[in-house]
Design a protein around this ligand. Structure first.
Ligand code: ZN
Ligand code: ZN
Length: 165
């Protein structure tokens, strides 16, 4: 059995403070029997927007994945009949009658989101002095240096001026 997905992010409760799903979740789910278990193979596609942790610019994270997830018949768990498959992360349980993969799909998508999204590996981030985006060129305040020893020195110099001894 094959199911076609074209669902709003809302359907999968896909919302968060640090990301925004920009498109419907599309893909296919193919279900097949494997003994008492059900194997779900599928594809998922959508676009998610996150903020770069360094420069705070919005960046797009395309999700385009294939996955296989095995739904193990609950009876097996009750019998304590463990096999290797159940050790794997990509396994879930079902009652033997119905499968509702919504939560699993949600997790499959969220799993692909980076913990520390960066618009590019060498993103220069924001100027510590004026906050302008250093990726867009040298900063007008003339302090594009972000190395911490320099910053610390400036900081101490400024304190000295406030409390002269
Ligand atoms: Zn960035
Ligand atoms: Zn600056």
């Amino acid at each position: 059995m094959t199911v076609t997905l074209d669902h709003s992010p809302h359907y999968f409760n896909l919302k968060g403070e640090d990301f925004q799903v920009k498109e419907n979740i599309k893909g296919t789910l193919h279900f097949s029997l494997l003994g008492n278990d059900v194997v779900m193979k599928g594809t998922l596609r959508t676009r998610i927007e996150m903020e770069c942790i360094r420069c705070l610019e919005p960046m797009e994270i395309p999700i385009d994945k294939r996955f296989t997830l095995t739904y193990i018949h609950k009876k097996k768990r009750e019998r304590g009949d463990f096999n290797i498959k159940e050790e794997e992360d990509d396994a879930s349980y079902f009652d033997g009658f119905t499968i509702i993969p919504d939560m699993d799909i949600r997790e499959l998508i969220l799993f692909d989101l980076p913990d520390y999204p960066k618009c590019r590996e060498d993103c220069l981030g924001l100027c510590p002095q004026c906050g302008c985006n250093l990726n867009e060129g040298p900063c007008p305040c003339g302090k594009p240096e972000t190395s911490s020893p320099q910053r610390e020195k400036n900081w101490k110099d400024q304190l000295k001026q406030i409390h002269p001894k």
